[in-house]
Ligand binder design. Sequence first.
Ligand code: NAD
Length: 505
Amino acid sequence: MSDRMPGREVQRVIRHHIAGRSSGAAERTGTVWNPATGEASDEVAFASAGEVESAIAAATAALPGWRATGLIKRADVFFRMRHLLVERQDELAAIITREHGKVLSDAKGEISRGIENVEFAAGLVHLLKGEHSEQVARGVDVHSVKQPVGVVGCITPFNFPVMVPLWMAASAIACGNTVVLKPSEKDPSASLFLAQLFEEAGLPAGVLNVVHGDKVAVDTILDSPDVRAVSFVGSTPVARSIYEHATAQGKRVQALGGAKNHMIVMPDADLDAAADAAVSAAYGSAGERCMAISVLVPVGEATADALVAKVAARMGALRIGDGTDPSSEMGPLITREHRDRVASYVTGASAEGATVVVDGTTDEFDGDGFFVGVSLVDHVRPGMKVYDDEIFGPVLSVVRADSYDDAVALVNANRYANGTAIFTRDGGTARAFEIDIEVGMVGVNVPLPVPIGAYSFGGWKQSLFGDSHIYGPESVHFYTRSKVVTTRWPEPSESQIDLGFPSNH
Ligand code: NAD
């Protein structure tokens, strides 16, 4: 809801993109902040139910034309989109950094991972092939086809304003669907830029519509009988409620939630490499990544003492500042409230019995940006808030384990199961980990095992509600319905009457 700052000139109202046009009465708005300066930069329109319904109507109207568009012509849009994304990446990265705060190099990294999804979608001619069996019985053939599900609702979080919309929209559109995208209200501009770029690439108006807003917009998408499938990425409580709400109405739903990602370090690991990886994966993007490492699990006291010292030694050198400054390695958090919430976990950790080795909450920064320093908390245990909650900030906890079995049991007992990693030089241990660990994405000496675009992304347990992982091959399954056609072209002289159940023998 609008909380305009008194006396501040708001530059513009960010509006919806419906049927290729900018629209929005903006009766309700929210503030978009520049997290690096702490200033309100824009207002964003919050869609009414009627505005969302008109976006759904635009997507419904565009559906017959788009699904009838030849596959080669459809693929052409993605080839052109890839080219435009590469060409305009500096502009897009600047938009991400202005509204999200992450450093420009990280924003470009996000764009490059989103481009992988566009590249995957460009292969749609191959991806949408069905199967054919000739002569399953005399004169009878069978083939299967993959048809679009219809209008797809896509609801995305603040932390990857380009990559996550592309995780969903690229595959959904490639499969012949049309989309209503509701990006995070905290950094809404990147989605608009993507929609405009897609149209520049040849996507017809109405195939990708963007509506901004809050629960009103989301509920209208979930309640509409014209929306056939919903892709959601965000926090676990919202993911769960969206899954329950939309599946109760017969929709196909994939709802990806939060995470608590553990990195196990075995005594035989290269501890310098492990410390570099832990620092990169815990503090990159200020810990606001669903694949960020938030718990370090050294096995054995000697490993733990050495690793904690190595990680702490590296932390002091990290350069924290405005993401537009090329020397910054880490930017601010998304909002002031989130920054304060993250800091509260560190300040509360000692009272819970943990040891704060590096306290980033006391770091001082110029200006009013939403900055916090990096923190390291040792001797953390399950049952402490700093361990149990998803913090989503630059706070790395250390839970010491006595053995490989204890470390695996810790990870498997966690309610989240998005990503995990093991650092070891032993192939047998790594192989056992791959088999034993109950987590959706696993890294061996790789701290952020985000699958390439040709595989699918998704966690287990409370990190994903639904059956399908996102992007890659599972997305083709999610965004299409299969139909199996049995055909018979009998000889004209054959009798056509048979009251028995059709048998292929
Ligand atoms: P969030 O759940 O607050 O918001 C996500 C989306 O849901 C936004 O578009 C928001 O407007 C909407 N929303 C928020 N509250 C709602 C409600 N009550 N009803 C309906 N819609 C609502 O998440 P966030 O803070 O934007 O993003 C951070 C979270 O996303 C973290 O928990 C992170 O782990 C998670 N995440 C998960 C993945 C993954 O792949 N599993 C990827 C990125 C982020």
